[in-house]
Design a protein around this ligand. Structure first.
Ligand SMILES: C[S@@+](CC[C@H](N)C(=O)[O-])C[C@H]1O[C@@H](n2cnc3c(N)ncnc32)[C@H](O)[C@@H]1O
Length: 237
């Protein structure tokens, strides 16, 4: 994550924007970083050690037959394509056309025909209810204007018993409760594991929290912030 680089910009747009204008600003922010996004080891997954670490974890988080997976806020599609290698059929959704362009180029270069990438709002994607085996989102939830509303919508996209995989972290200082930015991007700067775990627990079952901060191989470096995954299932009935 480019925490030190993008945090000031996020603070800027979350302070000044409202409604759809937030999404416009978010889209422009990420589109402007699309060309260089994969330079970070955990974004591009080109370092074999980093790639192997993500592959190992993803394989353990996905069901044995991954089925139909949505990668929400897929960015340049690195994790989507790893899921395809593990047997999934993936639909990747991202607000940024520039990110989707990179994902399509990478998918074509890999020769995959089990990945489809679309521009859209991942917090309310155009995906049929109860049509997914897995909903996956890496480093997306913290930047949504309505993250808990997105969780409500995502669980309805899953088949009963379907799996949610959320990979998140804390990239900057917590925004105080009385700060107006909490009304626009409430988790701007990142969401602590226990905060997201409580929201996941309220909707899903068998939620498991996996701390990831100490796994240098995942990030290609030592990190000092909080990073984690939460894996949970939609109740069967
Ligand atoms: C930190 S990047 C993570 C990308 C990818 N998930 C990964 O882990 O490499 C955040 C991504 O979320 C996308 N994004 C932010 N808000 C979004 C929204 N409302 N709908 C769809 N994509 C969104 C951005 O365009 C960006 O590509």
């Amino acid at each position: 994550m480019h925490d030190l680089v993008f945090e000031p910009d996020l603070v800027h747009y979350s302070r000044t924007m409202s409604g759809d204008r937030i999404l416009d600003e978010v889209e422009q922010f990420w589109s402007s970083s699309a060309a260089t996004f994969d330079e970070e080891p955990d974004h591009g997954l080109t370092d074999p050690v980093v790639r192997a670490a993500w592959r190992r974890h993803l394989e353990s988080w996905l069901p044995p037959q991954p089925g139909r997976v949505a990668d929400l806020g897929c960015g340049t599609g690195s994790l989507s394509l790893l899921a395809v290698e593990l047997g999934a059929t993936v639909i990747g959704v991202d607000l940024s056309p520039a990110m989707i362009d990179v994902a399509n180029v990478k998918s074509a270069a890999a020769g995959h025909d089990h990945a489809r990438f679309e521009v859209g709002d991942a917090s309310d994607p155009a995906i049929d209810p109860e049509s997914l085996d897995v909903v996956m989102a890496r480093h997306l939830i913290w930047t949504l204007p309505d993250p808990t509303g997105a969780l409500d919508r995502w669980i309805r996209l899953l088949k009963p018993g379907g799996r949610a995989i959320f990979i998140e972290g804390v990239w900057g200082p917590e925004i105080p409760a009385d700060d107006p930015r909490r009304n626009t991007i409430p988790w701007s700067g990142g969401v602590p594991a226990n905060t997201l775990l409580a929201e996941v627990d309220a909707r899903f079952e068998q939620a498991t929290l996996l701390p990831l901060s100490n796994e240098d191989d995942l990030w290609g470096k030592r990190v000092n912030d909080e990073r984690y995954a939460i894996v949970a299932d939609r109740p069967v009935c």
